[in-house]
Design a protein around this ligand. Structure first.
Ligand SMILES: *[C@@H]1O[C@H](CO)[C@@H](O)[C@H](O)[C@H]1NC(C)=O
Ligand SMILES: *[C@@H]1O[C@H](CO)[C@@H](O)[C@H](O)[C@H]1NC(C)=O
Ligand SMILES: *[C@@H]1O[C@H](CO)[C@@H](O)[C@H](O)[C@H]1NC(C)=O
Ligand SMILES: *[C@@H]1O[C@H](CO)[C@@H](O)[C@H](O)[C@H]1NC(C)=O
Ligand SMILES: *[C@@H]1O[C@H](CO)[C@@H](O)[C@H](O)[C@H]1NC(C)=O
Length: 329
């Protein structure tokens, strides 16, 4: 009887643990403004890996707003790397747009592009484009004097259309960016035909926003920000990386991109729980077994019975279960 109670107790403990797979260290706040903040990101001292991962939860009358503290960017979403889902770790942020020095619109903020130099974050090459607004202008994105991307727009009747897709002929153009981009300078060049005193600006932004719908440029100009996606990892050789290696075999780390189907080497290391496990690989023992047998669909159709294992499951037929139980006891 006592043994049954013990067994029951440990089962309950296990259930509780799997309900609360920790995303944060210790008692650190798990969310800000409804956005999950998984370690190595964190709010408050002792809760983040280093200054680049610090989130400041800014209280405002419209609710709490998470800010990536060092580059001072509003965070829209953070996701962990997912090797099985084919996704790198991502942070969606609200990125300031860059106004031309002599344009007629300047916004309130500074006009220098955000620099991620020194961090283990990059502007996602697959998820962002460089866009520029203005008639007959070219914009150059310059990174370490090596990669330069031109971006040129033309307009009908010197008019920037209010809603556009940035096709290049509507006063806005978009183009791909370089891999592993962390910082850039943006230069505005003018054609002979470009009108004087026009509003000109450029920005890095999430490409899906261009392909799925038109953008309202009056709204964009007024807000001064556009959503962009960063990819993040941790240093390839750091104490944190080597400590994460010691956590066990329920996760895997890689220097290569998880974005399928591009197996390129990344400038940082990413970790992901192994197949059959879920949780946060950056926290000790926080990749927990998924009970496949309790999923929405029966993984063992027919008359076979599903038996959960660490990281996997077995489909066994009735007679075999009885046999193994008899042998086991
Ligand atoms: C945040 O990112 C995750 C993982 O990519 C995604 O499933 C989720 O829908 C995103 N949430 C928002 C509000 O964009
Ligand atoms: C901006 O205007 C100043 C003078 O008003 C001029 O010297 C400078 O070259 C202009 N810069 C650009 C990028 O056009
Ligand atoms: C500029 O500041 C005003 C008042 O502080 C604010 O209402 C407006 O939204 C800001 N615009 C931009 C582009 O940041
Ligand atoms: C990045 O920062 C390092 C020092 O931390 C500096 O030497 C380097 O020039 C910077 N690179 C860029 C592109 O700003
Ligand atoms: C990642 O690269 C670093 C240095 O290039 C190396 O020391 C480390 O073992 C690599 N990690 C993995 C998981 O391949």
């Amino acid at each position: 009887m006592f043994q049954i109670l013990l067994l029951l107790g440990s089962l309950l403990l296990h259930e509780e643990a799997s309900l609360a797979a920790p995303m944060v260290k210790g008692n650190c706040p798990p969310t800000c403004g409804g956005i999950t903040i998984p370690f190595p990101f964190g709010i408050g001292s002792g809760c983040f890996l280093d200054e680049w991962y610090e989130i400041f939860c800014h209280e405002s009358i419209d609710g709490d707003v998470p800010m990536l503290n060092k580059p001072n960017l509003r965070v829209l979403n953070i996701s962990l790397p997912d090797s099985h889902g084919g996704k790198n770790g991502m942070i969606s942020v609200s990125l300031p747009i860059i106004y031309a020095p002599n344009g007629t619109c300047r916004g309130n903020g500074s006009s220098t592009p955000v620099s991620l130099n020194g961090s283990h974050f990059i502007f996602s090459e697959s998820r962002n484009v460089l866009a520029a607004v203005g008639c007959n202008i070219a914009v150059l994105l310059d990174y370490q004097k090596s990669a330069i991307i031109g971006c040129k727009s033309s307009c009908k009747d010197d008019k920037v259309v209010r809603k556009m897709t940035c096709s290049g002929s509507d006063g806005c153009f978009h183009n791909t960016i370089t891999p592993d981009l962390q910082a850039c300078t943006i230069t505005f060049n003018h054609d002979k035909g470009s009108p004087k005193n026009q509003c000109e600006y450029a920005f890095l932004g999430e490409s899906s926003k261009f392909t799925r719908s038109t953008i309202d440029f009056d709204k964009l100009k007024a807000s001064g920000h556009f959503p962009a996606v960063l990819e993040w990892g941790i240093a390839k050789s750091s104490r944190a990386a080597s400590e994460i290696y010691k956590h066990g075999d329920s996760y895997e780390c890689s220097n290569f991109s998880f974005n399928s189907p591009y197996p390129k080497e990344m400038p940082f290391l990413q970790c992901s729980c192994r197949g059959g496990f879920t949780g946060n690989p950056y926290i000790k023992s926080a990749c927990e077994d998924v009970d496949e047998c309790k999923g929405p669909t029966d993984p063992c159709p027919g008359r076979r019975k599903c038996v959960n294992r660490q990281g996997s499951y077995d489909c066994v037929d009735g007679s075999k279960i009885i046999k193994s139980v008899l042998i086991g006891k």
